[in-house]
Structure formats: C-alpha cells, structure tokens
Write a protein that binds this ligand. Structure first.
Ligand SMILES: [Zn+2]
Length: 453
C-alpha cells in the first residue's frame, strides 16, 4: 500500500503544536517529520496554512436512538456521515439493554445496526437492570470491548435505576475496572416539578426548563460521587449543565475519587431564554438549558481544565417530531450536534482565546481516548496510532446554516452563528472520508473499536 504524506500543516496534539508532515502507512501513523522526502507512489495531501488535528472522538452520541417511546430519524450511515463532516472519526454510542435482554445480546444487536458506519465507533452499555448476584456479567462487557456502563437516576420506567442497583454496578465496576457513566437528575424532584406544571396546564414548550430544576442535577451528582467514593469505582458525570456539578467533581478528584465530567456545546453556548423565544422546540433536551450565568461559569471551568471532555449528546430527531405535540412532556429531548462540535468549539474557545488549540485537542481527542480506553489507538498524532486526522482550515469566516449540514433533523440550535474555520479533509485509519470538502467515505468502512479498562 502506498504511503500517504500530509504535507505542510501545523500538527496540534494535546501537548504540542509544531510544523511537520505526517507520514502514514496503511491504517497507521508512521511518524511526523519536517519536510518529508517523497518516494515514488506517495500520495500527498496538502495541509498548508491548516492545522492537522487528531480525529475528534465524540464519546456521547445517540445515533439511530430508540428510547422505546421516540426514534430518531437517522441511521448509522447518516449519523456517522454527519460526524465525519465535522471532523469526528470515532463516536462512542450506546447499546441499549432492553427489558429481559442480557448485555451480550444488547451489544451484538447494536453492532449489527452500526455495520453501515463510515467512521469507527465504540459502545457504552445502557444498563437498565442488573439482577442481584449477577454483577460478574459486567466482566463480560469488558471482554467484549465495552468498558463503560451508562446509568440513569431518572426516566421511569425505561431507564431509571434504584440507588441500590447503581451501588452494585459501581461495586462491579470497581472490581472489574469498568467506568460508570451517570445521567444525574434527582428523579423525584423532576417528577414533582413536572407534575406541578402539568396540574396548572403549563405544558407548553416554554415551561420545559422549569420542569427540571438545576438542583435536581446537582443533588444527584453529589449522591453519585458519594457512592463512587464509597465503592472506589471510576465515575464519569455526563452532560454537566451546572458549574456546581463540575465543582463537585473537582472536589471529589481532590479527595482521591477517580471522577471525570463532560459538558456539551449547548450548555456553553445556549441558555434558558431560548424557551421563551419563537423556536423553543429547537432547545428541548435533558438536562435543559440553564441560566445565562452558567455559560460563563462553565467556560471558566473549561479554561481551567476542570472539565475533562466536551461531547455532543447528539440526537437527530426531526423538526416535525419536535413540533408535533407542543407539549414539553411529549416532545423528544435531544439536539443534533455532531457536525458542528469542532467548528463551534474552535470558534468559541480558540478564536476567542479561552483555550489554546492544544487545550481543545485535549478535550475533544486526548482525554476522550484516555478516559474510554482508546489511547493505544486514537486521540493523538504519533507513530503506531490509527491515522485518524482532521485538516482544519482556520481562515474561512462563515455563518452556520442547517441547510448545509448532513444530518436530517432539518434544523440546528446554532442556526446563524458565526463560525471561524472549517473542516477541509478527514482521514479515518488512513482512508479519506472527507477530501477538500467532498464526502468520499464508504458505508461499512467504520469498525468497532474496543475500549480497554
Ligand atoms: Zn445522552
């Protein structure tokens, strides 16, 4: 197989940025070198005046999601194509353990659905039940390359787990080395706030944020960190929308807890005033958008390195689904975001000097790889790793238009936002997926990547 040389760009990893060429042999990076000497047959990809980044790893996506109530309108080809357009070369999505289903069946079923992926993917397992005494089942997941379990403290009856079950999953994770990811919202607080609004007939989308108070999130984060500390398991708090949630994770880490947290672009860039605007359906998600002050406080935590990962929680529900009922209790929650993650975060962190580009690479590539056990293959640009690379051109100044995106929601919560820079070319394991802003990927090229504990 001929070599590929990415020439003339500025390589940016989590630890350094320098001008060099990247040498690729087949699926892997051979190394980086200044002014590589070409040999006949080399394929050369020009990256002059561009950054060369590791492929983005989005560890929180819901491609072709079926909650049992709502189904997103995408499939794995669409979901991973929109990801590739955004410079994402690996997604870690979820396998859903449906009632009566064992873990292995859940994983196999999801891997079959993902067979049309155009980029690589890993899986977390939604654990919705774990019968007493069967904690060793968690080890089977690890053997299948699934090192992370997602638990919910809310959403009855499909996903909600009792604290006692959460405790046993954590004990199993501590024993076998897995990572426990938790959606934190105090269920009874959310249920009561929702029921109170419904009783007053306040079910319009404008009330969505009020149904899920920020204290419900913060309380559940506190409880989950306490249980993680007591069991000694590794824990990862998903989609923090409150600076206080993140602050609790920081304090837990100081006490020696192996705790991590993520936030998402929506909690950094959008706030609850959107619910009173004329398009509230664009912003229905759980946890909901918060007060404006949270954006600034979360950005500060991003800058300080207190937040480990920025992921999207991507859900490709269509605008028709979002508009169907006009009732927040019957509107599917979740926003599309895979394709806009890198350009939005580049614009708002690097271009606004909140973070150096190395810091953004840490949040979007290196930390996701390290925390989810992919660091032996992905998340960096060095010899022996998969040649997952993004050529990012920092020059274009554009505005985001949903019409130009490749998912099928038909809207973007960031419509009209200013963007700095654009993804030009993307490689996944040495193969071009996007070439000079043209999609050249293939359905089925993407492979399952196992996470190690
Ligand atoms: Zn999610």
């Amino acid at each position: 197989m001929p070599r590929t040389i990415i020439r003339g760009g500025i390589i940016v990893t989590a630890s350094a940025s320098y001008r060099a060429d990247v040498l690729i042999d087949g699926e892997q990076i051979l190394g980086t070198v200044k002014d590589a000497t070409l040999i006949p047959g080399d394929r050369v990809i020009d990256a002059s005046d561009c950054y060369v980044l590791p492929g983005i790893i989005d560890v929180h996506t819901h491609i072709k999601l079926d909650t049992g109530i709502y189904q997103t309108v995408d499939n794995w080809e669409i979901g991973t194509t929109t990801a590739a357009w955004g410079g994402v070369t690996t997604v870690i999505d979820f396998a859903n353990q449906l009632p009566g289903m064992g873990f292995e069946e859940a994983i196999r079923k999801r891997q079959a659905e993902a067979a049309s992926a155009v980029i690589d993917y890993g899986l977390h397992c939604f654990v919705t039940s774990l019968p007493y005494g069967q904690e060793s089942e968690l080890q089977k997941l690890l053997e299948m390359g699934v090192m992370s379990y997602k638990l919910f403290t809310t959403y009855r009856p499909n996903y909600y787990l009792e604290d006692s079950t959460i405790l046993r999953v954590m004990q199993g994770a501590a024993r076998y080395g897995g990572l426990v990811m938790v959606h934190c919202e105090n269920d009874s607080m959310v249920t009561e706030a929702t029921q109170a609004l419904v009783a007053q007939g306040k079910t319009g989308l404008a009330y969505h944020g009020r149904a899920r108070p920020v204290l419900a999130e913060e309380e559940a984060v506190n409880r989950i960190l306490y249980l993680a500390e007591a069991t000694g398991c590794k824990v990862y708090i998903v989609h923090c929308s409150s600076a206080r949630s993140v602050e609790q994770v920081r304090r837990a880490v100081q006490r020696g807890v192996q705790a991590y947290c993520e936030t998402c672009p929506q909690y950094l860039l959008l706030d609850e005033s959107e619910y009173l605007g004329d398009r509230p359906e664009y912003f229905i998600l759980q946890p909901p958008l918060r007060a404006r002050e949270q954006n600034d406080a979360l950005w500060k935590q991003v800058s300080m390195g207190t937040i480990d990962v920025i992921s999207t929680d991507h859900c490709d529900y269509s605008l028709a689904q979002k508009r169907q009922s006009g009732d927040f209790t019957r509107t599917p929650g979740g926003l599309p975001g895979l394709e806009t993650l890198l350009p939005l975060m580049y614009t708002h962190s690097v271009d606004k000097a909140r973070l150096p580009l190395t810091g953004l690479v840490k949040l979007l590539c290196a930390n996701p790889a390290r925390i989810f056990g992919l660091d032996d293959r992905k998340g960096d640009i060095r010899a022996g790793l998969d040649a997952d690379l993004v050529i990012y051109d920092p020059k274009p100044r554009t505005h985001l238009k949903a019409d130009h995106l490749h998912n099928i929601a038909g809207y973007s919560p960031y419509e009209g936002r200013r963007l700095r820079g654009a993804v030009r070319t993307v490689l996944c394991r040495g193969e071009l997926v996007i070439e000079n802003r043209q999609f050249v990927g293939k359905a089925g090229y993407g492979k399952f990547v196992a996470g190690h504990a």
